[in-house]
Design a protein. Structure first.
Lengths: 281, 258
């Protein structure tokens, strides 16, 4: 390639490397390093001690937050996947290509609009005196407390992740070979069985990917548990905020963050293995 | 069966768009605690939120600076990376691409803490520059994905033809590759501007006194119910929806041309 000059090549290759090294990789490494530092007189000092790890791991509230966050994120992944599936199924099989494209278009929009404002809107809608309770009142059901509970947090997780999960599921379902479905029908497979043993296994990768993204987003989200879930008991993300903002204990917050990263990596790798692994049969 | 599924699909869309619509409706509604039936029409919340001495103007100014700068940087880096991926093969390319796409998978709260700690080591925490730096990290992968899609529609022989006709690499870039990618570049700019304009976690940790709009909203949220948020939120929604719609229309239009 007589045309290939080194300057030209590196002009395009290096910006990403430099930027992401300096402002993505290094900050994450520094996060790990910082977890071994100490805070003295409100200032962080370089050190190498296990004190922060010891402090966090020996506290009950850390483990309570850990299991709460893990449990909620798992539940969110399951619930959101189940709620999304019929909608994705309809988009993949029951509407025209044009409708599907427009539906995806509309599902992308919320992803780039303010999640905070949407959560605030839910706060108002779900309040004791809010729209939902007014509606329930007209059919004779008394006021139901929906905010400051696991239910409230789940509405938040749904708001955050449902559009993305529907998009991922729809893509994978739409890619399922129609001949396979026809064949199942012709061989006398019922509707439920066609879905469960033909369509779901073929679309496995997208379905698992959807659930994993839902897990990752819910696991790290602090807005839903804080503003809809009532912030108590705290999730790991809320613990990070409290420790950083009011406690000024950045190294201890870093311990929580590192635990979160390790958990997410484990879940992500397990899911990828599950998605791309060979079927049992 | 089909009707039931379509009805369900409709319900899902209602759920997704309910908060967006509600926020717009409530912003014009006189009640402090909106419910059904709605109160009367008012512009009061807009007048309060956007009063002359309101701190929200400062926040909008900050957000504008941050999102324009972050979008420009993200688009530059994203394009350079997409072009590298399109044109060159090299050792560790898989790792290179992974690095390019990884940032959005890290929870924002973790990135926020890491950024706060690292940027304060560099003396950048509490500055708009700090937020721009962080938002560029977040935006670059989106810009890269969008421009990469466009590049994959370009015939590789197009660039080679320009070289054979005597254009230098830089000339071919300027007269062939860039014009071809222009819709995607504008689209990437709009998308990354929207990402930056709505991002609150990292901005909240890093911003200090230089609040952006989402950080201002977050702080109002920590107080009591305040319908001003609906007024601000409606403006924010319209801004980001306009950006995303322009971005998507540009991307869709290009599909038709080729």
């Amino acid at each position: 390639m007589s045309h290939s000059s080194t300057t030209y090549k590196y002009t395009w290759r290096l910006p990403l490397l430099i930027w992401q090294a300096a402002f993505f990789v290094v900050p994450l490494i520094f996060l790990v390093v910082m977890s071994f530092w100490l805070v003295k007189n409100y200032r962080m000092q370089p050190d190498f001690v296990l004190k922060n790890w010891d402090k966090m791991f020996s506290r009950g509230y850390f483990w309570d937050a850990y299991w709460l966050t893990l449990g909620r994120a798992t539940l969110a992944a399951i619930i959101v996947s189940l709620i999304a599936f019929p909608a994705s199924f309809a988009l993949a099989f029951k509407v025209s290509d044009t409708t599907r494209r427009w539906a995806i278009f509309f599902l992308i929009i919320p992803f780039f609009t303010s999640y905070l404002v949407r959560v605030y809107a839910w706060q108002v809608i779900l309040a004791e005196q809010g729209v939902i309770n007014a509606l329930l009142d007209t059919v004779g059901i008394g006021s139901v407390t929906m905010l400051n509970s696991g239910f409230g947090a789940m509405i938040g997780y749904l708001t955050l992740t449902l559009p993305l999960v529907v998009i991922l599921q729809t893509f994978s379902l739409a890619a399922v070979d129609r001949n396979l479905i026809e064949a199942a029908w012709n061989l006398g497979c019922g509707r439920a069985r066609t879905i469960l043993s033909v369509i779901v296994p073929s679309a496995k990768i997208g379905l698992i990917l959807g659930a994993v993204f839902c897990f990752i987003l819910s696991f790290g989200d602090f807005v839903a548990p804080y503003y809809l879930g009532g912030s108590k008991p705290p999730t790991l993300s809320i613990l990070i905020i409290d420790t950083t903002k009011s406690g000024q204990q950045w190294p201890r917050a870093a311990v929580v963050a590192v635990c979160m990263i390790v958990t997410l990596f484990t879940v992500a790798f397990a899911a990828i293995a599950l998605a791309y692994g060979r079927p049992k049969k | 069966m089909r009707a039931a599924l379509l009805f369900y699909l409709g319900a899902v869309f209602v759920f997704v768009f309910a908060p967006i619509v509600a926020s717009v409706v409530f912003s014009f509604n006189s009640d402090r605690f909106p419910s059904i039936p709605l109160g009367s029409f008012t512009l009061h919340w807009y007048e309060t939120a956007f009063a002359e001495e309101s701190p929200i103007w400062e926040a909008f100014r900050n957000s504008l600076i941050v999102s324009v700068c972050a979008a420009a940087l993200s688009t530059l880096i994203g394009f350079a990376t997409a072009y590298t991926d399109y044109r060159y093969g090299f050792r560790f390319k898989a790792g290179y691409i992974a690095l390019a796409l990884l940032p959005p998978t890290v929870p924002l709260i973790i990135l926020a803490l890491a950024m706060l700690a690292w940027l304060s080591q560099l003396g950048l925490s509490g500055t708009l520059t700090g937020i721009i730096v962080a938002h560029t990290v977040l935006g670059a992968p989106f810009a890269m994905a969008v421009t990469r899609l466009r590049l994959s529609q370009m015939d590789p022989s197009l660039e080679a033809a320009a070289w054979n006709l005597g254009a230098s690499e830089w000339g071919a870039m300027r007269h062939v590759v860039l014009p071809f990618c222009l819709p995607a570049i504008i689209s990437a700019f709009c998308l990354t501007a929207a990402v930056s304009f709505d991002e609150f976690a990292v901005a909240w940790f890093v911003s200090g006194l230089n609040k952006t709009v989402p950080v201002a909203i977050l702080e109002i949220l920590q107080g009591n119910v305040d319908p001003q948020i609906n007024a601000i939120g409606t403006v924010v929604f319209l801004t980001s929806m306009a950006l995303v719609t322009v971005a998507q229309l540009l991307l869709m239009a290009k599909g038709r041309k080729t």
